[in-house]
Design a protein around this ligand. Structure first.
Ligand SMILES: Nc1ncnc2c1ncn2[C@@H]1O[C@H](COP(=O)(O)OP(=O)(O)O)[C@@H](O)[C@H]1O
Ligand SMILES: [Mg+2]
Length: 389
């Protein structure tokens, strides 16, 4: 493969290519435009959240090799907000332009077994897991790991989709029935009785400089992130270990850009990696208001070879997702004005035209003097939008 290492930083005026045009790309686009960069987005949708703010939108499916090559040719660097593009297509694009993070990193991050194998190789703990490709392998894996366990599709899962919990051996058949329609490549994981879920977003530049955002504490509902609180309310040693794990993974995988690492803290205070995402992450949205640099600007700096920004938390913050089922995200925006009465509340809406249940429509970030107070206010603000008044 041709070596296109960036010797000098890509300065404002350069064109950044973005694979994916959702809300992560939108917030990246806002930062890129603010800093004077040009942005081309590849996404199959019309008027997508990111396309509303980019210079050019190549409207094509991610499987369209010619469209991907057009993005590569027209960009000075390519980055992504969606990590599931075909790796061989990405490698073909890599003949024309640097892609950050690299196709090698994406190949790992696209597959739950590979990412856990990589974690273990780097000395990072994970739940017990087995690769599963048939009902017989599922039964054998369950006998080894024990119940409760979670069967997940190895690829393409997000927001808890493509997962089935197996509470005891008798449920294995039903779980297989349900998920085997979605592919032939699975992972069975022991269900971790975690004390808390946390995440760390680590930025790494081509020169090897790394910078972690403070640890986020995450609460999920039905497999979807609901609330993030920063800083996570954990002892310092646990926060330190979470950041060490994220840095070890970013360095070990050779990430250039961002690596978001979701982790469980168990009852003994041990950190187990759950999954990685080589891009901005929902649990880092508060960085926009709360940190010295947002995760999106940090991604831009990392992929353009600029010095990384200061990820320090300037004020405790809480972020709550606004979903399609929350009344205020629909027509009329009921409850939005009342939510904004709560001091320190900022509103982000992603410009999605249709509010569907389970769809992320926007988020609120609330800053306060303590993490507890930020979390309380964020819940109150969310209740007003969810209830629509
Ligand atoms: N092995 C596990 N043990 C306990 N809870 C889990 C496990 N795997 C997933 N979960 C729960 O489901 C959520 C979503 O699963 P995750 O593996 O992160 O997939 P997704 O790609 O959908 O985010 C996690 O944040 C966590 O709350
Ligand atoms: Mg997850």
């Amino acid at each position: 493969m041709t070596d296109h290492r960036i010797a000098a930083p890509l300065l404002p005026g350069a064109t950044i290519g973005m694979v994916g045009g959702g809300q992560l790309g939108r917030m990246f686009a806002l930062e890129a435009r603010r800093m004077g960069y040009r942005l081309i987005v590849l996404d199959p949708g019309t008027d997508t959240p990111a396309a509303q703010f980019c210079d050019h939108h190549i409207r094509a499916p991610f499987e369209d090799l010619n469209a991907c090559l057009e993005l590569a040719r027209r960009s000075d660097v390519v980055t992504l907000e969606w990590e599931n593009a075909d790796v061989s297509t990405l490698r073909a694009m890599g003949e024309h332009v640097q892609i950050h993070p690299s196709p090698d990193v994406l190949e790992v991050a696209q597959h739950r077994v590979r990412e856990k194998d990589a974690a273990r190789r780097l000395g990072v703990l994970t739940a017990e897991y087995r690769a599963v490709r048939s009902k017989e392998e599922l039964e054998a894996a369950l006998a080894e790991i024990g119940a409760p366990a979670i069967l997940k599709t190895a690829r393409m899962g997000y927001d808890g989709k493509g997962q089935a919990t197996i509470r005891d051996a008798a449920e294995a058949g039903a779980a297989w029935e349900e998920l085997s329609r979605e592919g032939d490549d699975f992972i069975l994981e022991a269900r971790v009785p975690f004390w808390m879920e946390v995440s760390v977003i680590c930025a790494r530049s081509a020169s090897g400089q790394t910078a972690c955002f403070p640890v986020s504490e995450n609460e999920h509902r039905r497999g979807i992130l609901h609330l993030t609180v920063a800083p996570a309310r954990v002892p310092d040693e646990i926060a330190e270990e979470a950041r060490r794990v994220a840095t070890a993974l970013a360095e070990g995988l050779g990430v250039v850009g961002l690596l978001a690492v979701e982790m469980f803290v168990d009852a003994d205070g041990r950190i187990l990696m759950n999954e990685i995402a080589p891009r901005p992450h929902n649990s880092g949205h508060h960085t926009w208001e709360a940190c010295g640099v947002s995760q999106f600007e940090q991604q831009l700096r990392a992929v353009c070879g600029l010095p990384l920004g200061d990820p320090a938390l300037l004020r405790p913050a809480a972020m709550v997702n606004l979903m399609g089922e929350d009344a205020g995200t629909g027509l009329g925006r009921a409850g939005v004005a009342r939510a904004l009465e709560i001091p320190g509340t900022a509103l982000h809406l992603y410009g999605k035209h249709e509010a569907r249940a389970g769809r992320k429509m926007g988020h609120l970030t609330v800053l306060a003097d303590s993490a507890d107070e930020a979390a309380r206010r964020a819940r109150r603000a969310w209740e007003r939008i969810a209830a629509g008044g």
